[in-house]
Design a protein around this ligand. Sequence first.
Ligand code: NAP
Length: 543
Amino acid sequence: MNPETSAAPATERADVDVVVVGAGIAGLYALHRFRRSGLSVRVFEAGAGVGGVWYWNRYPGARCDVESVDYSYSFDEALQQEWDWSEKYATQPEILAYLEHVADRYDLRRDIEFETRVTDIALDEPTLRWRVATDTGRAVTARFVVLATGPLSNANTPAIPGLDTFAGQILHTSHWPHDGVDLTGQRVGVIGTGSSGIQTIPCLAEQADRLHVFQRTANYSVPAGNRPLTPEQRQAQKADYAERRRLSMASGGGSPHQAHPRSALAVSEAELREAYEQRWALGGVLFSKTFPDQLTDRAANDTARRFWEEKVRAVIADPAVADLLIPRDHPIGTKRICTDTNYYQTYNRDNVELVNLRVTPITRVDPVGVHTTDAHYPLDTLVLATGFDAMTGSVSKMNIVGRGGQTLNAAWREGPKTYLGLGMTGFPNLFNLTGPGSPSVLANMVLHSELHVDWVAEAIEFLDGRGAVALEARPDAVADWVRECADRAAGTLMMQANSWYLGANIEGRPRVFMPFVGGFGVYGQIIAEVAAAGYKGFDVLEL
Ligand code: NAP
């Protein structure tokens, strides 16, 4: 195959069977899995290396909030057994080293073009092939296109007046310099207190001479309880992998931990406390799923919120600062709950100041610092921990043109419309991985990526096996799935937060809850049943 050539006439073969966009967790596995099916694959990756989100997000303190043992590929038992995770929650460098190891172990790099951004993906309707063009001038035809661009890959830089006039250093957490940054002795400002800000603020406070945290909305964070893994613990985890994976695949979020069997409102005060204490000690995001009704019943949610507040207030020295750090605008867990190491304790340091932007908003940035309505903060470095244009941001940056010249951006103007998260009407053989309409960020992204890639690989095998050329989501199936996703979200408390799940962090975005909230295990069953029923809801197309 020669991927250098451009669009082929209908009588010729496509340059490759599959183009994969992105060489992060999903893209790497896609390449490996499709090769195993005997398909030719070309991967385009904007970064200079593999890893996706773990390639870019190198800020101090960056680590995963899913346990390392679970946040790893399951497709090869030998890989599971040979890799040693050093800590309960792996750091960014360790996860990146793991993904580089995977790229080398399966000889993946030879089919990846780095520093190459896909700009255009256009359907050639008569042949049902896709023409893919890049910013490096490549033009490749493919039978299938798989978008593995990740839900959190398009940085959000706020439009603050004067930001571009700042003469000091501006850093975004999701594009941290690869050689690291020494902030020793500096006056540093951080805008943003989501997961990224909350992880990095304690590390920056240790380096900086003075740290100003500009907080617009407080978030809930739970201590990660990170610790090194002993050889015995690693051994026990590896011995238990099969069962761990089985439980994870059937679970709500892709990890092997189960919620308490009863409602938070049906247990005694002592049982309630004991359950929360256990989850608190376990550490991390699972706190928001201690009881099964925590995210569906406000009274149940309040029991968790009260416990959380008591724990957090206990470690913050100044009650007035604690008041600012306690969220009041959303139920706990309805935005991605953050995990931290010494976040709240950081505000007890003399060199750290919390600036409440709700009372004194930022008005502008000048060459030497940040102005709020009542003060000027001189800074050497300004850190933007301001998140992402999530879920659809990276897909929308590509000009994707389907049947009749319709663009995906136009089709998604009022919110993403997919069948099972995977397929779109008018875009045959274009598959979107781990995005809107799938559990996406509500699940363990490694296992989710494997689930999606395996489904697509089997769909291609199904088509090839019967001499068909394409799968295309039917309009009624898309409409039903969009409605089902919305109905399921409406039955939870998730609609009560201005979260990026809803696109609420980006001005002008339609307010649509994008992930499927029905649970990872349930979703896995649904897509398996669709496949088993001959890809029910998809048209199977022949030329
Ligand atoms: P985020 O959750 O969207 O947080 C962005 C922060 O920036 C918010 O506090 C937001 O305030 C603030 N902000 C944005 N624009 C602003 C403006 N103009 N002025 C003042 N403040 C502004 O982004 P993130 O922290 O990067 O996290 C995104 C997601 O990535 C997480 O939810 C998580 O899923 C993932 N992540 C995971 C980990 C982990 O595994 N531990 C680490 C990092 C990220 P408002 O809330 O007021 O808009």
